[in-house]
Design a protein around this ligand. Structure first.
Ligand SMILES: [Zn+2]
Length: 205
């Protein structure tokens, strides 16, 4: 009887482990397989997003590897909420601003909580709309606070800093009203404010 219970316990452990592995693998990216343009509107249930982060001519197209809000991985985050979207990208690819704006902040959370936070980040206040674009896990930063940038300015490159399983760009969009950088989670200055769903917002650009 005890042996039977042990077996059932082991079985559930294996199921949980496999589940975890599948979730982990889904966050790894194989961009060479998926960067060709396609008429598909979804990949693995998540929408493609037409972005010009990766090409100044606005022809960049990529797919979202993690959506906004309550996601399969949200339990990993503070408040169990993914406050932005993750976009598939190649390491070292330049990230171009989709808007004219002013650089609000730059920094590296790895200096405070190594590989547990956003890593290298750039925050840009959008000139036209009352929003702040928050780019994270960057490899390099190409701008500095106070700098005026134009649509198409490279703000940095895609990297693997902070807490992440695979190479991607994390993008959050915050309401500019009430946005600030606060020391909250032991990771140094952290974006604090009301995040909005980036997917419908990006379509308005
Ligand atoms: Zn993310």
């Amino acid at each position: 009887m005890k042996k039977g219970l042990g077996f059932i316990f082991l079985f559930f452990c294996v199921v949980i482990l496999l589940n975890y592995l599948v979730l982990s693998m889904r966050s790894l990216h194989f961009p060479s397989l998926f960067t060709t343009t396609s008429n598909n509107t979804v990949y693995d249930g998540l929408p493609y997003v037409d972005v010009n982060f990766f090409s100044p001519d606005g022809e960049g197209r990529s797919y979202i590897t993690q959506g906004y809000g309550v996601t399969p991985y949200a339990y990993l985050y503070v408040n169990h909420w993914h406050d932005g979207i993750d976009i598939a990208a190649n390491y070292g690819e330049k990230i171009y601003s989709p808007v004219d704006g002013t650089v609000f902040a730059t920094g590296d959370q790895d200096n405070y909580c190594y590989h547990l936070g956003f890593g290298k980040y750039v925050a840009v206040k959008d000139d036209a709309k009352d929003t702040v674009f928050w780019y994270a896990h960057l490899g390099t930063i190409a701008v500095s606070p106070g700098m005026k940038i134009k649509k198409g300015t490279a703000i940095g490159t895609v990297g693997t800093t902070g807490y992440e399983f695979g190479v991607h760009l994390h993008l959050s969009i915050f309401d500019e009203n009430g946005f600030s950088m606060q020391n909250r989670n032991g990771c140094g200055p952290d974006p604090t404010g009301k995040d909005i769903d980036p997917i419908p917002f990006l379509k308005t650009l």
